[in-house]
Design a protein around this ligand. Sequence first.
Ligand code: ADP
Ligand code: ZN
Ligand code: ZN
Length: 730
Amino acid sequence: MLFDDLDPTVTIASVLVPVAVPGAYTYKVPPGKTVVPGTIVKVPLGPREVIGAVWDIEPDAAINPDKLKSITHVYDETPPLDADLRRFVDWVANWTLGAPGMVVRMVLRSEEALEPEAPVPGVRKVEGAAPDRMTPARQRVLHTLEDGFSWTKSGLAHAAGVSASVIDGLIKQSVLEVVLMPASPPLPKPQLDYGKKPLTPAQEAAAGALAQSFDKGATVTLIDGVTGSGKTEVYFEAIAEALRRDKQALILLPEIALTEQFLRRFEQRFGVYPAEWHSEITPKKRARVWRGVASGDVRVVIGARSSLFLPFQNLGLIIVDEEHDGAFKQDDRVSYSARDMAVVRGHISKFPVVLASATPSIESRVNAELGRYGLIELPERASGAELPELRAIDMRLDGPEHGRWLAPGLVHAIKDAFAAGDQSLLFLNRRGYAPLTLCRTCGHRFQCPQCTAWLVEHRFQKRLVCHHCGHVEPVPSTCPSCQSKDTLVACGPGVERVAEEVADLFPQARTLVLSSDIAGGPERLKREMKIVEEGGADIVIGTQLVAKGHNFPKLKLVGVVDADLGLANGDPRAAEKTFQLLAQVTGRAGRVTGGGKGYLQSYSTDHPVIKALLSSDKNAFYQAEIDARRAAGLPPFGRLAAVIISGPDRGFAEGFARALVRAAPEDRAVTLLGPAEAALAMVRGRYRFRLLAMAPRQFDLQSYLRAWLANGPKPSKGLRVQVDIDPQQF
Ligand code: ADP
Ligand code: ZN
Ligand code: ZN
């Protein structure tokens, strides 16, 4: 490289690159360029070039500079990642045992954002010019332009309600001129008092407490409020407070792709739409949000868990809504809980974090009880509407006839609701037509060739689908095992099958199936959610998708088709998860107007979860769960990590897992369990074994795991070792 010869004092820098290596790589800094920790750069990595970030790690000066590659581009137009964000990246990597490069990769999610946006043609009014003849349409155009901004032609035509020819006519007369303008004009600012609702006294007190927390540095507050208690309105006030203090705010939601309704609610409160951030947005929009967040132009982001890694210029508040939701846990390459990492982010930058739920996680309840988190309880609905009246239907005594899934008592209730013009929701957390398909003659069952899972029949789409890997095959007309014709039978219900029964029972009703795999994707789902919201459906049949966040004002009756579904598996979190899901979904009934009813179809009506749902006292249930966790030393009373070993060869993967256990450092504080087959023993053709490490709460489990994995046997032959701190399923 030429400049080495000219400049003997070659400067070098450490760069985190988006690959799974433990540290940073050292590069030469091009002459005339300066980089600081956080500067975003492009560097060669093997045969390709990647985007990375200069990091606060001492570069390796021992490497011969002739061997070093040079940074190929410095993005000096983009602000460097600030110290708090860098500390956060390091913290997440350290906590999850993930590679820092893979964490920084989540920050650098938009390459387009680093390139300046090319200007686009627009029009502007020429000072002092006037048209030869004024028409109402021309008047509207000129009126729209009084704001002094440049507009795109189509944007102006739309805003003024005129055709493009009107604008062309004004350009011809030199009343308007064509200019180059920035592709994304400055964003309108949220208006703090726009659409503010008068709050109930309970909400007022809650909002006041949150406003005060801004002066207390890093705090976490749990809002534990029943469905419809007005938690959203309360945390909107916290957002207003953050904005008043010139801070940016972030709202994390579990199912962001479907939260059209939420965006509209925000708009009603603040007069502008917030920026969205999740996997479904277009690269162009993604780039704009990323840039706007970095420049401080974007004030509020509503996003999925990955928005925690946006380069906020001045973040001052994070809200985690539905904080109990499992969707906040990412089980990808970096396995992290967005709820827990939000708390860390607030701690680093010393701002308040608010967790909200009608059914908080055991972890957050315990933290609130121990005084680590502030607690705000909202036991009543904001509208004054009473909570739904819940009832169990004992399927052993009052179940439906053979081949039917809805008990007479529930059918009767739907009939009444339908007659009264009310909406009903039937909830079943099972996509497709039936969970299992088998041959009546020989008993053959359809299993996924890649996973230890049954194929699920999707009758609308006429195919068998694996819900774990996406494997699809047509439904055959003859049994592949005994060749009998037309002998396949569906066992058990899925939402499609319940929909079939509803269509049969209520042919006059407008029914709708809401399930994440309905053809048409997120756009269609959004439309259908809106139909339900506006009362355009009488009976809705839905999976867990409907349990989250959505407000269906016409909904009066919720029927849970199989309340035992989540309780059957051996996961110690099963009771908590089922309680949360069923409380959420039944809580949708009568949310605004009251008079809601919920029915739980169950074969185990005396199960503590069913009893807790029926009694209005959820505290007893929480207390029992908390006691059980404490007795077993499980989180949050103890530390837990899973190590998953997976590979294409079963015997080899299991052998490696055993060797790893033998190599574990001796430590009396740590209990190792396994290897055992993972809950899903095979996924996508990879066999999976799991080890569990348990330790007391004060124990530094990460250091233990790091030493163990560094000194233990090294995976080879396609084996993969993944660490999952605080696994969701254990
Ligand atoms: P949560 O988030 O606790 O489930 P929401 O904030 O969604 O509750 O409020 C439930 C319903 O009550 C919504 O329709 C909301 O518009 C309404 N609501 C909330 N607070 C008030 C209030 N202070 N006055 C009138 N309506 C309210
Ligand atoms: Zn057969
Ligand atoms: Zn599969």
